[in-house]
Ligand binder design. Structure first.
Ligand SMILES: Cc1cc2nc3c(=O)[nH]c(=O)nc-3n(C[C@H](O)[C@H](O)[C@H](O)COP(=O)(O)O)c2cc1C
Length: 201
């Protein structure tokens, strides 16, 4: 990064900028995934913070973004979708990875045999791909804890059609999440190395 000093001379200085893991979570499962991703990024040498989308500010200070939301009724939570739309201009200029915390159960495919990592992709994804060109979108299995559900969610779960797709349990695959985060850290390091090489020419 090029800095102008008080004496007016221009110096090059490498500043370790952070990665923001911004998330929206209704019952906590996605928050825990986001916090683990930030932790994994730090283990892999990247400075990273996890924050709810509503509390994310000074976005220009971040060199990259991981944005995630819980999926409900085939959609991202409203605040997460609004975060992407409202910050579209900045997000197109930085590397962005998206994730959804969605399907439940131990089956890896839906009734039609389609892998749930694809079948459970929330509806907004086509729009987000066109708008901000994320490097990747990843679906992670989620959590359903009946004690945390609202009255409406509990009633919905009693419907025969919902019972099979809303089983109780914690289906998160922490190894898969860690591998993904380490992959992001590697890509960020490569991007940074390329910038440093260009700056040193
Ligand atoms: C009423 C209800 C509807 C849900 N709808 C979806 C859905 O459409 N797609 C999906 O992948 N997961 C769906 N899920 C699963 C949740 O998204 C999943 O449990 C997630 O991990 C919850 O995240 P949170 O604790 O951060 O809110 C639903 C869960 C409930 C209770």
């Amino acid at each position: 990064m090029v800095l102008r000093t008080r004496r007016g001379t221009v110096e090059r200085e490498e500043i370790q900028m952070s990665v923001l893991v911004a998330y929206a979570s209704k019952h906590g499962a996605t928050m825990e995934i986001a916090e683990r991703i930030a932790e994994n990024l730090r283990e892999a040498g990247q400075d990273a913070d996890a924050r709810p989308v509503q509390a994310a500010d000074d976005l220009g200070d971040y060199k990259g973004f991981v944005v995630g939301s819980a999926a409900y009724m085939g959609r991202w939570l409203k605040d997460a979708a609004a975060f992407v739309r409202e910050n579209q201009d900045l997000l197109t200029q930085r590397p962005v990875w998206l994730f959804s915390s969605g399907p439940l159960g131990t089956e890896m495919t839906d009734a039609k045999g389609v892998d749930l990592h694809t079948a459970a992709e929330p509806r907004e994804l086509a729009e987000f791909r066109a708008a901000i060109h994320p490097r990747e979108h990843r679906v992670f299995f989620g959590v359903l804890d009946p004690d945390r559900l609202s009255f409406t969610e509990r009633s919905l779960r009693k419907l025969p059609a919902a019972r099979a797709i809303l089983p109780e349990g914690d289906f998160r695959d922490w190894n898969e999440i860690q591998e993904w985060a380490y992959g992001i850290a590697k890509e960020l390091a490569q991007t940074q190395a390329r910038h440093e090489e260009q700056n040193s020419r």
